[in-house]
Design a protein around this ligand. Structure first.
Ligand code: NAD
Length: 431
C-alpha cells in the first residue's frame, strides 16, 4: 500500500492545479491521469475551441475591414487552424508537467475501493484526502441513435468542415462551435429546445447574441424539438406542433454534459445524486470520509476555473465561490457574472456606441450593470461584444468585494478604453 497526503484522480484544471498547489505547500501528492494531462479543457474543450475561435475572429475582421478603408480577402484553411491548435495544446501540456513539480503523476486509470483506497495497475494507494476530479463527457441526445450524430469531441477532431452542419443545442458549446464553423464557411443551423438560446443567462444578451449570429448567416431556431435524424443527416424537428426538416451533412449534438464517475464509487461509499453527479456538500465533501469531488463531476458549476477554485477550497484556501464569471466565446463574445440576491435591483444598459474606443475600433455591443436598488451594491454584469470577458473580470472583482456602483466609478479608468463602459454604467446607476 503506497501512502500520500493527497491523492487526486483526474488531471484536468481542477486536478492538476490543486495538485500543484498542494505540492508547493509541502504535501506528498499523487495524481492519476488515464489520458493526457489537461483534461477536457486543454485537450477537447476550451483551448482548441479558443484556437479555432481566434482564427474565426481574424476572418471576421478581414470581412469587415472595408469600413477602415482596407480592401482585403482571405482564403482559410481549417486544417491549418486545427494543426495550430494541436501545437498550442502540446505546448500547454508541457507547461502543466513543469508546473506539477514534486507531484507524482501516475499515467493509469484509477478506481476506488472500500477504505477508501485507490487501485491502479494492480497497486493500492491511500491518503488522508482523496479528491475526485474526473470531469464530464458529452451527454447523449435522448431518443436518437448515437451513430446518427456527433459530439463536441468528434467535432474538434475534424480537419475539414462539412458544408452543412446542424447543431442540436443552443448552449455554450453549440454556439461556440456554430460560430467557428460559420466563420470558416459552413452553413450552420442551430436547433435550441428552449425559447431562447443560452438558457439561464441574461435573456437580453442572449437575444442580441442570437440576432448577431443571425447576421453572420447562422440560422437559429428556438423552441425546436428534435424528433429524429435520418441516415443522410437530415434533422427532423417540431416547432409549435408543426414539423420541419433541415438537410445537413453533419449533426453535432451539444445538449449538456454528464459526469465521468471513476469505477468503485459505490464500493467506497460515495453517493451520486439524481442527476448522476457525485453528491457533495458546500465544501465538496462526498458521503465517504476524506473523499472530495471537485469540478464537472459534482455538477455544481461546469467551468474550468470553478473546478480549480473548488480545489483551492478543499485545500483550505479562502475562495469566493459565490461569484463565478462565465464567458461564451462566440463572435461576438459574451460574458456574465452575478451573485445571488433576493432584493429589488436597478439596471443600466449601455451600448458600446457610447464609448469612444468602441466607436473608433468599429466595435458594437451592450453592457448591462445591475445593483441593489437601495444600497447600490453591485449584483451583476452581462456584456455582449468584443472583450466582454475582460470587461466582466473587473465587474467580478467589484461584485465579489461587494463594492457599490459609486465605489466602482470612484476608481479612475484609462481613456480611451472599453473599461470606461463599466465606469459610465456605474456612474449612471449612482444618479
Ligand atoms: P448547455 O447546458 O450549456 O447547453 C445545452 C443546450 O442544449 C441548452 O440550451 C438546452 O436547452 C439544449 N438542449 C438540450 N436538449 C436538447 C434537444 N433535445 N434539442 C434541442 N436543444 C436541446 O450544455 P453544453 O453547451 O453542452 O455545455 C456543457 C457545459 O460545459 C456547460 O455547463 C457549459 O457552461 C460548459 N462549457 C463552458 C464553456 C465556456 O465557459 N466558454 C465552454 C464549453 C462548455
Amino acid at each position: 500500500m503506497q501512502k500520500a497526503d493527497l491523492i487526486i484522480i483526474g488531471g484536468g484544471p481542477g486536478g492538476y492545479e490543486t495538485a500543484a498547489e498542494a505540492a508547493a505547500s509541502g504535501l506528498v501528492v499523487i495524481l492519476f491521469e488515464k489520458g493526457h494531462l489537461g483534461g477536457t479543457c486543454l485537450n477537447r474543450g476550451c483551448i482548441p475551441t479558443k484556437c479555432l475561435c481566434a482564427g474565426a475572429e481574424i476572418l471576421e475582421t478581414i470581412r469587415n475591414s472595408t469600413r477602415f478603408g482596407i480592401k482585403a480577402s482571405a482564403t482559410a484553411s481549417y486544417a491549418s487552424a486545427v494543426e495550430r491548435a494541436a501545437e498550442v495544446i502540446s505546448e500547454l501540456r508541457g507547461g502543466i508537467a513543469d508546473m506539477l513539480g514534486t507531484v507524482k503523476v501516475i499515467n493509469a486509470e484509477a478506481r476506488l475501493a472500500e477504505g477508501p483506497r485507490v487501485i491502479a495497475d494492480g497497486e493500492e494507494y491511500t491518503a488522508q484526502r482523496i479528491i475526485i476530479a474526473t470531469g464530464s463527457c458529452p451527454a447523449p441526445l435522448r431518443g436518437i441513435a448515437p451513430s446518427l450524430y456527433h459530439s463536441s469531441d468528434d467535432f474538434l477532431s475534424l480537419t475539414e468542415l462539412p458544408r452543412r452542419i446542424t447543431v442540436v443545442g443552443g448552449g455554450v458549446i453549440g454556439l461556440e462551435m456554430a460560430s467557428v464553423a460559420a466563420a470558416y464557411g459552413s452553413d450552420v443551423t442551430v436547433l435550441e429546445f428552449c425559447k431562447e438560446i443560452l438558457p439561464g443567462m441574461d435573456t437580453d444578451i442572449a437575444k442580441r447574441l442570437r440576432n448577431a449570429l443571425g447576421k453572420r448567416g447562422i440560422s437559429i431556431v428556438t423552441d425546436a424539438r428534435v424528433t429524429g435524424i435520418d441516415a443522410d443527416s437530415t434533422v427532423r424537428y417540431t416547432k409549435k406542433d408543426k414539423e420541419f426538416t433541415v438537410e445537413s451533412d453533419y449533426v453535432l449534438a451539444a445538449v449538456g454534459r454528464r459526469a465521468v464517475l471513476p469505477d468503485g464509487c459505490a464500493d467506497a461509499g460515495i453517493a451520486v445524486n439524481e442527476r448522476g453527479f457525485i453528491a457533495t456538500d458546500d465544501r465538496f465533501r462526498t458521503s465517504a470520509n476524506g473523499v472530495y469531488a471537485i469540478g464537472d463531476v459534482n455538477g455544481k458549476c461546469m467551468l474550468a476555473h470553478a473546478a480549480s477554485a473548488q480545489g483551492r477550497c478543499v485545500l483550505g484556501k479562502t475562495v469566493n465561490l459565490d461569484v463565478v464569471p462565465s464567458v461564451v466565446f462566440t463572435i461576438p463574445e459574451c460574458a456574465f457574472v452575478k451573485r445571488a440576491i433576493d432584493c429589488e435591483t436597478r439596471t443600466i444598459k449601455l451600448p458600446y456606441a457610447s464609448n469612444g474606443k468602441a466607436l473608433a475600433s468599429g466595435q458594437d455591443g451592450l453592457l448591462k450593470l445591475e445593483c441593489e436598488a437601495e444600497s447600490g451594491i453591485l449584483t451583476s454584469c452581462s456584456v455582449l461584444g468584443p472583450h466582454a470577458a475582460d470587461l466582466v473580470a473587473e465587474a467580478a472583482l467589484a461584485i465579489s468585494r461587494k463594492l457599490t456602483a459609486r465605489e466602482l466609478c470612484e476608481s479612475i479608468h484609462a481613456h480611451p478604453t472599453l473599461s470606461e463602459l463599466l465606469q459610465t454604467a456605474a456612474s449612471a446607476l449612482c444618479r
